[in-house]
Design a protein around this ligand. Structure first.
Ligand code: GAP
Length: 459
C-alpha cells in the first residue's frame, strides 16, 4: 500500500466523478470546482455527519440557515471591512503574486506564523532572512499592500455606493445577528450553541492545492455561547469533541495534530485558538480552526446596531454578554482529508490490483450497489431490488461488463456493499452481499437486507 500524490488524487477525483474543474468547457474559471455525482453525495454525507454530531446529538445546540447577504453594517461591526485582508506582495522579477505571511511561514518551515504582523515587521523579517520568490528566487519584491478578501457586489437596480453589499466571508456572523432571536424563540439558557452549514466567499490571493483553498467554499460553524470565565473549559470540551468526530469519520489520529496559537499570534479578540491540522499530501495544514472569541462579536454588534444583546441569567439574576467558542470547519478541506485517508492501492492475493476507497460506510457516496450477474436473466429482478433498496439507502445499479470489473469499480468508489442478483435471487429471493474491504460474501434473504444494512451503515 502507498500514499497517493495530490496529482493522482485530482485525476482519480475527476475520472470517477467526484470533482471536476469548474467551467471546464470554456477553459475553466481559475480555482473553481464542481462536484460530480459522487462528490455531491460525499459532501452531503460529510455535512449530515457534522449536523448529526454537533446539532442532533448535542442537546445544547440548535441549527440555523441565515442569508448569505447581510446588512453591510455587519461587516463594519465584525471588523471585516477594516481588517479582513491579506498582505499582498509581488515579485518584481517574474510578476508572480504572493502572500507575504505565507512566504515567511514557508521559509521558516512553519516555525514563524506572521498572522497579525504589521507590513513593516514582515518586510524587516523578509529582508533580514533573505526570503526569495518561490517562483524565480529573486529577492526583489514590491511593498506589501493589504488586500481585502471580501467579494463586493451591489443590491438593487441602481449601482451606487449605498447599494454595496458583500458575499459573506464566513457563516459565523449570521449566527451572531440571530443570537437574540434564537435564544428567545427557543427559550434557551446559556450555555448553548448555534450551528450552521453554508457557502462562504473569499477573494483569496493565493488559492490552490486543489480544493484546499478556494474562493467559494462551504463552512460548518458552531458558535457556542457560555458564561464569562467558563470559556476555557468549553474551549477544551469543543477541541476534544471535534478531534473525536474526525476519528469517527475514519481519520487516523497520527495524521491529525493540534496546533495551539502562541499568545503573540492570537487575534485581538481571542484568548485561545487551536488549529486542528491534517497531514495533506504537502504536509500538515489547517483543517479546522477552534477559537475562543470572548464577547467580541456580540459586543460589536450591540454597539453598531444599538440593540441590547445582553443575556439575563435566571440562575443568578446577572446580565452579561456571553463568551463564545467557535469550532469552524471547511467542508472541502474535510472532503480532501477523507479522500486522501481512504484511497488505497491494493495488491490482492491473486496478484491483481485494485483501488479500494476504504471510506467509513456511512460516508460512502453509495451504500449499496445492485448488480445482476447476467443482465439478460437477472436484470429485471436486480432492478426490482434497486427500487426496494433505494428508498432506504443511497443505491446504484450497474449491469455493464464482467462482474469482476463491476466489483472493482464499486471498490474504487468506496461502495461498502454489493448485492449480486443471480438464479437464487430470481428463484428464492436469496442474494449474495459482498463486503468491500474483506471481499467476503454472505447470503441474505430479501427481508433480512434492510435490517442488516441499517446496522452496518450506522456510525
Ligand atoms: N468564523 C471563523 C472563520 O471563518 P477561518 O479560520 O478563517 O475562521 C475556518 O476559517 C475554516 O474554514 C478553516 O479552518 C478552513 O477549514 C475553512 N476555510 C477558510 N478559508 C477557506 C478557503 N479559502 N477555502 C476552503 N476552506 C476555507
Amino acid at each position: 500500500m502507498r500514499t497517493i500524490t495530490m496529482e493522482e488524487l485530482m485525476n482519480y477525483a475527476k475520472n470517477y466523478g467526484f470533482v471536476y474543474q469548474g467551467s471546464e468547457i470554456y477553459g475553466g474559471l481559475a480555482n473553481t470546482w464542481d462536484y460530480g455525482p459522487l462528490g455531491v453525495l460525499l459532501k452531503q454525507n460529510i455535512k449530515t455527519s457534522w449536523w448529526k454530531k454537533f446539532i442532533q446529538e448535542n442537546r445544547l445546540n440548535v441549527g440555523l440557515d441565515s442569508s448569505i447577504l447581510l446588512n453591510p453594517k455587519t461587516w463594519e461591526a465584525s471588523g471585516h471591512i477594516g481588517g479582513f485582508s491579506d498582505p499582498l506582495i509581488d515579485c518584481k522579477a517574474c510578476n508572480t503574486r504572493h502572500r507575504a505571511d505565507k512566504l515567511i511561514e514557508d521559509a521558516s518551515h512553519g516555525e514563524i506564523i506572521a498572522d497579525g504582523w504589521s507590513n513593516e515587521q514582515m518586510v524587516d523579517y523578509m529582508t533580514k532572512h533573505h526570503i526569495t520568490c518561490p517562483n524565480c528566487d529573486s529577492e526583489d519584491f514590491t511593498d506589501i499592500r493589504q488586500f481585502n478578501l471580501m467579494f463586493k457586489t451591489s443590491q438593487g437596480v441602481i449601482e451606487d455606493s449605498h447599494s454595496d453589499i458583500y458575499l459573506r466571508p464566513e457563516t459565523a456572523q449570521g449566527i451572531f445577528l440571530n443570537f437574540k432571536n434564537i435564544q428567545r424563540s427557543s427559550r434557551l439558557k446559556v450555555p448553548f450553541g448555534i450551528g450552521q452549514v453554508g457557502k462562504s466567499f473569499r477573494n483569496e490571493i493565493t488559492p490552490g492545492n486543489f480544493i484546499f483553498r478556494t474562493r467559494e467554499f462551504e463552512q460548518l460553524e458552531l458558535e457556542f455561547f457560555c458564561k464569562p470565565n467558563t470559556e476555557l473549559e468549553w474551549f477544551d470540551y469543543w477541541k476534544n469533541y471535534s478531534f473525536n468526530f474526525l476519528k469517527t469519520l475514519g481519520i487516523n489520529s497520527k495524521n491529525i495534530r493540534m496546533r495551539d496559537h502562541k499568545k503573540a499570534q492570537l487575534s485581538h479578540y481571542s484568548n485561545a485558538t487551536t488549529d486542528i491540522e491534517y497531514h495533506y499530501a504537502w504536509g500538515f495544514d489547517e483543517l479546522w480552526g477552534i477559537a475562543s472569541r470572548t464577547d467580541y462579536d456580540l459586543k460589536q454588534h450591540q454597539t453598531f446596531s444599538s440593540q441590547n444583546l445582553m443575556y439575563h441569567d435566571p440562575d443568578d439574576n446577572t446580565k452579561y454578554l456571553p463568551y463564545v467558542i467557535e469550532p469552524s470547519l471547511g467542508v472541502e478541506r474535510l472532503f480532501l482529508a477523507i479522500l486522501n485517508e481512504a484511497y488505497k492501492d491494493e495488491i490482492l492475493d491473486d496478484g491483481e490490483t485494485r483501488i479500494n476507497l476504504q471510506i467509513a460506510p456511512f460516508l460512502a457516496p453509495y451504500s449499496v450497489a445492485v448488480l445482476p450477474l447476467i443482465k439478460k436473466y437477472h436484470g429485471d429482478k436486480a432492478k426490482e431490488m434497486f427500487d426496494f433498496l433505494s428508498s432506504n439507502f443511497s443505491t446504484t445499479y450497474d449491469e455493464r461488463g464482467k462482474i469482476g470489473k463491476r466489483y472493482r469499480r464499486q471498490d474504487a468508489i468506496g461502495t461498502p456493499f454489493v448485492l449480486t442478483v443471480d438464479d437464487d435471487g430470481v428463484r428464492d429471493e436469496a442474494f449474495t452481499l459482498r463486503e468491500r474491504d474483506s471481499m467476503e460474501q454472505i447470503t441474505l434473504k430479501k427481508d433480512e437486507l434492510i435490517p442488516y444494512l441499517n446496522k452496518k451503515l450506522q456510525y
